[in-house]
Design a binder for this molecule. Structure first.
Ligand SMILES: *[C@@H]1O[C@H](CO)[C@@H](O)[C@H](O)[C@H]1NC(C)=O
Ligand SMILES: *[C@@H]1O[C@H](CO)[C@@H](O)[C@H](O)[C@H]1NC(C)=O
Ligand SMILES: *[C@@H]1O[C@H](CO)[C@@H](O)[C@H](O)[C@H]1NC(C)=O
Ligand SMILES: *[C@@H]1O[C@H](CO)[C@@H](O)[C@H](O)[C@H]1NC(C)=O
Length: 290
């Protein structure tokens, strides 16, 4: 998969103008760098979208597709899944557990957790240190950061994470639900909030500048205060509740490229075509066509 992007037609999209407030360098200098994992590329790809309507899904349904961390602090009720952090289990989250996805559009309707030290993350990947994220730090509930890494590194012009206000009126993102999209294609990554594009990064085909292995999918809360206190603030363990993120909808629409049905595409040739979408949604208990 590595160097197969001879992107002549797709030039680099300049994202500068899409960054309303670049992160304070001081803080951003500490932005967490993913720990590389080495999950092998899928050999068979999921072709059907995932669609979870929390109003009808159960924890058991979610467990068909996700590993639930800190499960005893996770619940589904009133149409949402709550990920509650405690001092004893401070990394509640959902991690997609089948190795059958790669490129695709993920939408998560959620609210972040408040409270200093706790970070909320919605990420694709960290295989080989490749990762695409939304990150929220609980000490600042009016901003979200978008970022990505190639092998644990940002391209120089994207050294720092980006703060993207969800809307001009700066709602409290720990109290209001918004739909965050990571649209991950071979040639471009686009971040949308409530359907509005807030950030983008195109694959210019040069080595080290594009995450090509960000296959994992996870949404979680974690104690960032222990490792990155300047970025996330110090964790106050006496807070009760310590922190809680909440998800009301979750979907993943895979992009299956030519040649990907059975195996990763060989390392030559331009970006292959995305095959036509599969239109029927797979849902645990309530099939939905969104
Ligand atoms: C569900 O909603 C009802 C009515 O708003 C509320 O009383 C109850 O506490 C909620 N349950 C949970 C677990 O949030
Ligand atoms: C949840 O389970 C973890 C690990 O077993 C434990 O440390 C933690 O105290 C539990 N949380 C609650 C709220 O019981
Ligand atoms: C959150 O971050 C934004 C952008 O950097 C800043 O304007 C705002 O004052 C911060 N809020 C808090 C509570 O620190
Ligand atoms: C995901 O969000 C995008 C907007 O960012 C929207 O166009 C698309 O229909 C959504 N997909 C699903 C399955 O909800």
């Amino acid at each position: 998969m590595r160097q197969r992007f001879s992107l002549t037609a797709l030039s680099l999209v300049l994202v500068t103008s899409l960054h309303p407030n670049s992160a304070a360098a001081d803080d951003a200098g500490q932005v967490p760098v993913p720990t590389p994992r080495n999950i092998p590329p899928p050999t068979v790809f999921r072709t059907k979208p995932i669609y979870y309507n929390m109003a009808s899904a159960t924890l058991q349904d979610l467990e068909n597709d996700f590993t639930i961390e800190c499960k005893n602090q996770t619940s589904i009720s009133n149409g949402t899944i709550k990920l509650g952090a405690t001092q004893y289990c401070w990394f509640p989250g959902l991690i997609y557990k089948h190795n059958d996805i790669w490129y695709g559009r993920t939408n998560v309707t959620m609210r972040m957790t408040a409270n200093s030290g706790l970070a909320t993350a919605f990420a694709r990947g960290n295989e080989k240190g490749d990762e695409i994220d939304y990150e929220w730090v609980g000490k600042n509930t009016t901003t979200v950061q978008s970022t990505f890494f190639n092998m644990g590194i940002h391209p120089p012009e994207r050294k720092h994470s980006v703060f993207s206000p969800a809307s001009p009126d700066k709602p409290d993102l720990s109290k209001t639900f918004h739909t965050y999209t990571i649209d991950y294609k071979m040639d471009i990554i686009e971040w949308y909030i409530n359907g509005k594009r807030v950030d983008a990064w195109a694959n210019d085909g040069k080595p080290g500048r594009y995450p090509t292995n960000a296959r994992e999918l996870k949404i979680n809360v974690w104690n960032a205060g222990s490792l990155y206190p300047r970025w996330a603030g110090k964790t106050d363990w006496t807070k009760k509740p310590l922190g809680e993120a909440e998800i009301s909808a979750l979907s993943f629409e895979p992009y299956i490229y030519e040649g990907q049905n059975t195996a990763p595409v060989p390392s030559s040739a331009p970006v292959p075509k995305i095959l036509p979408a599969v239109t029927s949604y797979v849902s645990p208990s309530a099939p939905t066509n969104a």
